[in-house]
Ligand binder design. Structure first.
Ligand code: ADP
Ligand code: TRP
Length: 333
């Protein structure tokens, strides 16, 4: 029996926040720890390059993402963990796939379309602010996925279209050269919901309303105190199920703690107290990973060596497929 290949990438475009952790990292760690699969998780640094063209920034963010996964318990015996740019085979496949992908398919990709729609609305040049990396972003993502014959790709809802594009590219290649690539499937966790940010809107680095995962305990407390609540005074019952403080609490507390807080909401806990409870459970959970995170960030050579080990494994895994593809396109006699 062959085991499924599960692959996902995270772009280093910002400090990891609670929304990223709850909706993307935590479920991916659960898949790797609980199921019989070959898991490949990587830092999509060349995807980030389409947005971030500042040397120090992209460098710091890449180490930050790597340290985050490691600090949260990524098991290097179960997951091949690498930096995208350490595996140039991806970019070789990217070019080959580019030549089999119609421009029209890219015109329909949502990130590009959103920019040109906005430019048109503002009466600007249609392609203002669009670099070719951004335009062909879904092809690079397809190469990430196909190079390892991935079966399952855990992603957020916004990435479903990209996996569908990958399937279209598989069809185009296989139709022309015969059966070569497997069709990948996305996994979207239907139970994950949008994690609200400090102001109640979707938590996102684009809205500057995030709670970064590894703030100091003091800063974490200050941020939690900023979470927007309604004006129901202390001693009046509050609805836990519409409270963002409670929603976050559930992610970090045990079921019995959740029940206790639920009861205290009905008894009229003050928002200040509820936030204090949230801080306690979050800080408890994050204390150890935070320590590990800062240790790793102080030792980039440790991260480099872990990632280069991962890249070696990834390259070995990819080599036969890439040779097969090159044979099919006519690179060898
Ligand atoms: P951001 O919105 O901060 O730019 P990204 O787009 O880089 O975050 O998201 C990385 C991953 O985290 C994606 O899988 C995305 O779906 C998930 N994610 C980000 N923010 C949230 C949120 N507020 N709620 C749920 N999932 C989120
Ligand atoms: N495009 C994804 C994002 O923006 C990141 C990513 C790059 C990815 N390559 C991937 C995700 C391959 C899954 C599989 O979040």
């Amino acid at each position: 029996m062959t085991t499924d290949i599960v692959l996902t990438g995270i772009k280093p475009t910002g400090k990891v926040h609670l929304g990223n952790y709850i909706a993307a990292i935590k479920p991916a760690l659960q898949i790797a720890n609980n199921s019989d699969c070959t898991a490949l998780y990587f830092i999509a640094d060349y995807h980030a390059l389409t947005f971030i063209q500042n040397r120090d920034e992209i460098n710091d963010l890449s180490y930050g993402i790597a340290a985050t996964w490691l600090a949260l318990g990524l098991d290097l015996d179960r997951v091949i963990f690498y930096r995208q740019s350490d595996v140039p085979e991806i970019f070789e496949l990217n070019w080959i796939l580019s030549c089999l992908t119609s421009k029209g398919l890219m015109n329909r990709a949502h990130a590009y379309k959103a920019i040109i729609d906005n430019n048109q609305l503002l009466g600007m040049d249609t392609d203002m602010g669009v670099n070719m990396g951004l335009f062909t972003y879904p092809i690079l993502m397809t190469a990430d996925i196909l190079l390892f014959q991935s079966d399952k790709v855990p992603v957020g809802k916004d990435q479903i279209q990209h996996v569908e594009i990958a399937r279209d590219i598989v069809d185009a290649f296989n139709w022309n050269y015969g059966d070569t690539f497997k069709l990948p499937n996305y996994i979207v966790d239907e139970n994950t919901y949008v994690i609200p940010g400090l102001n109640g809107r979707k938590m996102s680095k684009s809205y500057s309303n995030t709670i970064p995962l590894f703030e100091s305990a003091d800063d974490l407390k200050k941020l939690i105190n900023k979470i927007k609540t309604d004006s129901i005074p202390p001693n009046q019952p509050k609805d836990p199920d519409t409270s963002n403080v409670f929603l976050l609490y559930k992610e970090f507390a045990t079921p019995s703690q959740v029940q206790v807080l639920r009861d205290r909401y009905q008894e009229g806990i003050s928002w200040g107290e509820a936030k204090q409870e949230l801080f306690q459970v979050m800080n408890n959970f994050l204390e150890e990973p935070r320590k590990k995170y800062y240790e790793l960030m102080a030792s980039p050579e440790t991260i480099d060596s872990i990632l280069s080990e991962g890249a070696k494994k990834a390259k070995a895994l990819a080599a036969p497929l890439l040779e097969n593809v090159k044979t099919k396109i006519g690179r060898y006699k």
